[in-house]
Design a protein around this ligand. Structure first.
Ligand code: 0L1
Ligand code: MG
Length: 269
């Protein structure tokens, strides 16, 4: 369980004001200090701020098309002093087609991380204790997640990052394949760098995602039950990062997951 207090302490007006602050940071590409610098709040408040933030995006016409998990590695949980995963929402405006350009000016200080994505083939009944989440998934794909904390220098508390929709900013999904065992698959993410600059390479394993990405589905079901976050057929699930995130720079960034395939984006200015 998390080390943050659960009970909500913020009133609706404050929740909305904090959501507005994060929304403005995202739309104006101007970072903001940690909310926790000025407000004491619990994890229930943090998810309420996240919901208010999403409501603002939906009011602008964006559609929720998926969910993402964060803090799925032991290292990240230890760093944040928590033992729970966190859940954020993906919208259609965050989607980048495989191989497409992504304008770096959309972001404040973007980072990219290699992931595995699952596709839900039916609505998930959160109220049924017998729900088998694995049977609600029909495909798996390599993915890149672009995270872009709205907080200055990526400095945030556990509550801050939940409120900030878990730093979700954009994502790309490679070719969908029938579901298969994804445990301990090699993952390689390569950034070509801009012309004349050195590239980057990070190597990891899907085992970094809760030991096996399929466990992320079970953690997701648990969190969505606790937080009342619906899971709908057709939505995508980003299971969590297989390596630490690295800065997203100009040029092509590609991720290959062994036995699954590749996905790429091209950062442009
Ligand atoms: O998707 C993730 O694992 C990121 C969660 C938020 C933490 C961060 O912004 O570094
Ligand atoms: Mg991620």
């Amino acid at each position: 369980m998390s080390s943050l207090p659960d009970p909500a302490v913020l009133d609706t007006a404050t929740v909305d004001a904090l959501a507005s602050r994060l929304d403005t940071a995202q739309t104006s590409r101007a970072d903001t200090p940690s909310l926790a610098d000025t407000h004491a709040f619990g994890i229930d408040d943090a998810y309420a701020i996240q919901a208010a933030l999403l409501a603002r995006r939906e009011a602008r016409g964006e559609r929720v098309v998926g969910v993402k998990l964060g803090f799925t590695s032991k290292a990240k949980m230890a760093q944040m002093g928590v033992s729970d995963v966190i859940v954020g929402r993906l919208t259609d405006a965050m989607r980048v087609a495989d191989g497409d350009d992504v304008d770096l000016c959309r972001f404040i200080h973007p980072k990219v991380e290699p992931e595995v994505a699952y596709r839900l083939c039916r609505d998930v009944d959160l109220s049924d204790p017998a729900t088998d989440i694995e049977s609600c998934v029909d495909a798996v794909a390599p993915a890149l997640e672009i995270i872009d904390s709205r907080y200055r220098d990526f400095r945030f508390t556990y509550g801050d990052v939940v409120a900030d929709n878990t730093s979700a900013a954009a994502y790309a999904i490679g070719p969908w394949r029938p579901v298969r065992d994804m445990s301990n698959r090699a993952v390689r993410m390569v950034g070509s760098g801009a012309a004349g600059s050195a590239g980057t390479e990070v190597i990891g394993s899907t085992a970094a995602v809760l030991g096996d990405p399929v466990r992320a589905l079970h953690a997701l079901l648990d969190m969505c039950r606790r937080r009342g976050i619906p899971l709908r057929g057709g939505q995508v699930v980003l299971a969590g990062a297989a390596t630490a995130a690295v800065p997203l720079t100009a040029g092509v960034t590609a991720c290959e997951v062994a036995g699954l395939g590749t996905v790429s984006v091209r950062g442009v200015r």
